[in-house]
Write a protein that binds this ligand. Structure first.
Ligand SMILES: O=C(O)c1ccccc1N[C@@H]1O[C@H](COP(=O)(O)O)[C@@H](O)[C@H]1O
Length: 230
């Protein structure tokens, strides 16, 4: 899987339609977050996910950590992919793979200063049970591990791309103006953005930003020679 583009933080049907119309591949729905500050209800997310056509995919982004609960939640929502931002143990990932073998699992790697060795250890322990890793940024001021709008040290993500036996999605502060440089430097299989595609006043996705982000990412993936293989 290469050259994949995800747009995260879907808040309603109109926004999901916009993301699909502008050519992104996957749509991320942030649910069951610790601060309970979800942008949409679980019922609304399930209704939107039901209408997503097979060439696209709805991905649940969550801090859930227990395999049984993750499986049940994916069943309720009708999703086939989950992005795990919490501290999920390798044991729970193994259990999840056993009880939900067809579920596509993305495991987040939270990049901080100088923590490449710690993250390499997680890759080593977890790779057998996940399908893709996602590197994301940490906000020390809030403790947030996703949707921070912050960049991180891309050299750490690039190193994880080199050592990971699984494909890697790059996230954290990406926007139309930096995504091409990020792809060139990190050489990820996929990219993902939330905050950088929003209008700062309305907090809704800006159509031109989504369109430009997709075009810039496609151009940069093509220059890497990876093209789109979803
Ligand atoms: O999207 C969210 O609301 C979210 C909530 C909790 C954890 C992760 C979340 N999203 C992921 O974070 C990346 C990066 O966000 P940003 O571009 O820096 O704002 C986003 O792409 C989602 O995968």
């Amino acid at each position: 899987m290469h050259g994949l583009i995800q747009v995260a933080g879907v808040i309603d049907q109109a926004e999901a339609d916009l993301i699909v119309e502008e050519g992104a591949d996957w749509l991320g729905f942030a649910l069951r977050l610790p601060a309970k500050n979800e942008d949409l209800s679980e019922a609304d997310a399930a209704a939107i996910i039901k209408e997503i056509q097979p060439e696209h995919r709805g991905v649940v982004i969550t801090y859930l950590t227990e395999a049984e609960e993750i499986k049940a939640f994916c069943g309720e929502l009708g999703v086939t992919a989950i992005q795990l931002h919490g501290d999920v143990t390798p044991g729970e990932l193994r259990t999840l793979r056993r009880i939900a073998p067809d579920l596509y699992v993305l495991k987040s790697l939270v990049v901080k200063q100088d923590n490449v060795d710690e993250l390499a250890g997680i890759v080593d322990e977890a790779a057998e049970w996940v399908d893709m890793f996602i590197t994301d940024s940490f906000n020390p001021a809030t403790g947030a591990k996703g949707a921070t709008g912050l960049l991180h040290d891309w050299s750490i993500s690039a190193e994880l791309v080199r050592i990971s036996p699984r494909p890697l999605m790059l996230a954290g502060g990406l926007n139309p103006g930096n995504v091409a440089a990020a792809i060139a430097e990190v050489r990820p299989a996929a990219v993902d953005a939330h905050t950088g595609l929003e209008d700062p006043v309305t907090r809704r996705k800006d159509r031109v930003k989504v369109r430009t982000f997709v075009a810039e990412a496609r151009r940069a993936f093509a220059e890497l020679g990876t093209g789109v293989v979803v």
